[in-house]
Every structure is written in C-alpha cells, then in structure tokens.
Ligand binder design. Sequence first.
Ligand SMILES: C[S@@+](CC[C@H](N)C(=O)[O-])C[C@H]1O[C@@H](n2cnc3c(N)ncnc32)[C@H](O)[C@@H]1O
Length: 442
Amino acid sequence: MSEDQKATTPSAAALKARARRVHRGEATEAEARKRTSKASLQGMLQLPLLEALEEAGGKARPRDLYQQLATRLGVPDGLRQERRTCGDGQSYRVFDQQVRWARQTAVMEGLIADGTRGIWELADPGHTKLLRARRGVTLLIYSTDLGVALWTHAEDAASVIEPESVDLILTSPPYPVVARDYGRMDVPQWLDWMRRLTALWRDLLTDTGTLALNLGDVHVPGSPALSPYVERYVLSAIDECGLHLAGRMPWFSPTRIGNIQWTSKAKVRPKRQVEHVVLLSKAANPSWDITRLPPVPFSPDTHRWWQRKQQGRTQKRPSDYDIREEAFEPKGAGALPGNLIVAAGAPGMDAYSRRCRAAGLPRHSARFPAEVPRSIILTCTAPGETVYDPMAGSNVTGMVAQELGRHWISSEVMLRSVQGSAFRFDNLPGFSMKPLPPGVTP
Ligand SMILES: C[S@@+](CC[C@H](N)C(=O)[O-])C[C@H]1O[C@@H](n2cnc3c(N)ncnc32)[C@H](O)[C@@H]1O
C-alpha cells in the first residue's frame, strides 16, 4: 500500500468503530420500533414531514423539523420529551426517532434526497407528491352555494378575484423560518413576500374591508429573544401599504405546548400560549359590529357590585374614575365582548380528520380552531358579505363563513389540502366537486 493510500484508507480500528456505531444505531432503531411503532405512524408523519420541508424552502436541519412537526401535529410536551433507553444504555427521544424513520422511509421512496449530512432535503418526487400548484395556474376544485375553493398560489388567486369585492381577508400564513443557513423564507424574505401580498390583498378589499392575519412568534436563532417580525410586518403594512391598524384579537390557547429549548429545557421563557391576530383596514373605521359576537354572560361579581350600588353601599369604582354608573348596569344579553379569543387547538378526532384518514389524505397539521375565524368573521362582516382565505389549508375559514351565511373564497397551494378540506362541505346540498384536468393524478 502506498503512503497516499495509507493516508486515505481508514484503519482497521476506525472501520470496527464505524461498524459498531452502525450496529448500535440499527439496534436502537429496532428496539424503539418494537416499543413504539404502529405500522401507520411513519405514514402519518411522512406527508407533514414533506410539507414542513416544503415550507422551509425545500431543506432544513433535523432538529428544527422535530420541533416544527411536534408543534404542527400538536404533540403534547410530555410525549415530545419522552425518552427510552435500549439494551446498550443508549437513550433516545421517541418522537424524534419516529420522525427519523419517516425520513428514512421517504429517502427509500426517493422523496427526500440522501444527501448532505445534517440537512434533509426534499427530492423532486417529494415536491411532486405534495402536488403543489404550478405558478400562473388557478383551478376550481369544489364549490358550494356560498363559496369556491381554488387550488392555486395566493399570488395568482389575487388576479382572478374582482378588485374591491372582498369584505374580509383572513388567513394564517406559514411563519418565517428563522434559521438563516438554509431555506427560502428567512425573516427578511418573508417580510418581502408578505409586503407584496399585502399590496395585492389591499386592492381586493372593499373600502370598509379588513385584512386579518394570524401570526405566531418565532425565536431569533440560538437565542431566547423573539424576532420582531410581526411588529415589522405591521409597520410596513401601515407605512408602505397605507393600511390602518384597526385592532388586535389575540388567540389564547390553553393547550399550546412550550418551546423545547427555552421553555422545557432552559426554563427561561414561559410557554407562549398567545398568538397574534392583527387586523388591518383601508379605512380607520372599517365596518365592524361587535353586537354580532355572542353575548358574554355577566359575572356574579358584576351582579353583586350592581346590587351593592343600588343599596348605596358603593360610591366610587376602584379606579376612582368619575363615570356614569348606569352605563354599567348588567342588563341585556350580556357583557360587552373582549378582544381575546380563547380556544384550544384544532380538534384531533373531528369528522374532517376521520374522513382524511379514511381517504388516505393528509390531515392538515397547522389548523386553527373554528373559534378564531368565527370571532373575526362575526366582528368584521355581515351575513351575505364575502370572506377570502388566501392560504386556506384545511379551509376552516370557509367552513365557518359558510355556517355564518357569508360568501367565501379559499385558495391553497397544496392539492391534497384542498381535497381534504372538501370533507368539510360535501354533505351540503349545493356542494360540487370539479373533475381534475387530465394529467393531474392525486
Ligand atoms: C398555517 S397553514 C393554514 C392553516 C389553515 N388556517 C387551517 O386552519 O387549516 C398555511 C397554509 O398556507 C399554504 N401556503 C403557503 N404558501 C402559499 C401560497 N403562496 N399560496 C397559497 N397557499 C400557500 C400552505 O400550504 C399551508 O396550507
């Protein structure tokens, strides 16, 4: 053997060590599979994994995907952290292991590239499997007596919707991916994208219409500090698109899980249980009416306070404000509604989820609960008006708009999501599913 060959050929000891590592890895997987795997679990994870990769711009680091998938799938904190120890004392996190298998299966099926170490990358067949709409093409997938569901990019949908015809645009876009060393949508790119879309959406709104966006906080990479991207977006919508900040209706979810790094491990940040919902409008006073919101029952304290007041036992309010107390008499249907939306995450075992599973379609993994669109639609629109969700996912917005007698339009870039969302409507008398054009095979 030449000196050069000696330098590049691993020693027998190194080869043995590598074989031991491979063997240990296989044993760990086999053990974990025995304990935790259900035959369908990898299959259930595969599409969300492909979607998460797609949303991250085609490639991502595994550790970011574990967290993103856990959040998208609503995996409770305890389960996300659960560890197992196998025969040789090696310990592993069960959920991460499941995701690694899903990735491994996807690699074997050619959906994920078997490439760079430490980065998972969607292969061309993976993109195709997700059936992402082609740019410039807008297809009607189904309709009801009140709405239409389009398979298309939000950018393209804007050109087929009548300008100044929409009373409420309500959506939850994918959040930016904060890691800067991969992917398309880092914060500056996301902001550029959203600025362009916001200008398009403004033109679709009626003069008294509203644009409502549900956005979640993301961390600055490697830091517990939060990215101020939501604030930057709101400022750009006001300064560059000429919109008004009409209000905020934050969504509080009591069931939200915490950030693994900064909440569960380091314990330096409380769980982020509140997501932003910012409402922007063309007019300073858009056509809102809070009397359309369901009445909030008066609290027993309010009744007690009023009785004491009647008996002359209470003179001033604790705040010392000198106000006309009669205005606060607890009469009528209930108290004035507040702007906080309180609702647990989307249900896991609803009819939509069961139908998706039975049809072999992926259940959308980043749905919001119906209470979010319901409060916003009731506040911002009257019956008969039009609601549009440009990034509709499983079309919860369309479903609630339909229930409330509003017209609706949805657009979504992933065909499988649009097809799954049809299960929310196909029992309605006016429902109609359109045939897919030749060559598109789900
Ligand atoms: C957070 S999810 C919305 C979930 C939805 N609110 C629900 O409850 O089902 C964001 C959606 O935006 C879609 N999306 C991303 N980019 C898009 C684009 N350019 N045009 C249309 N939809 C897009 C994604 O495929 C994803 O389904």
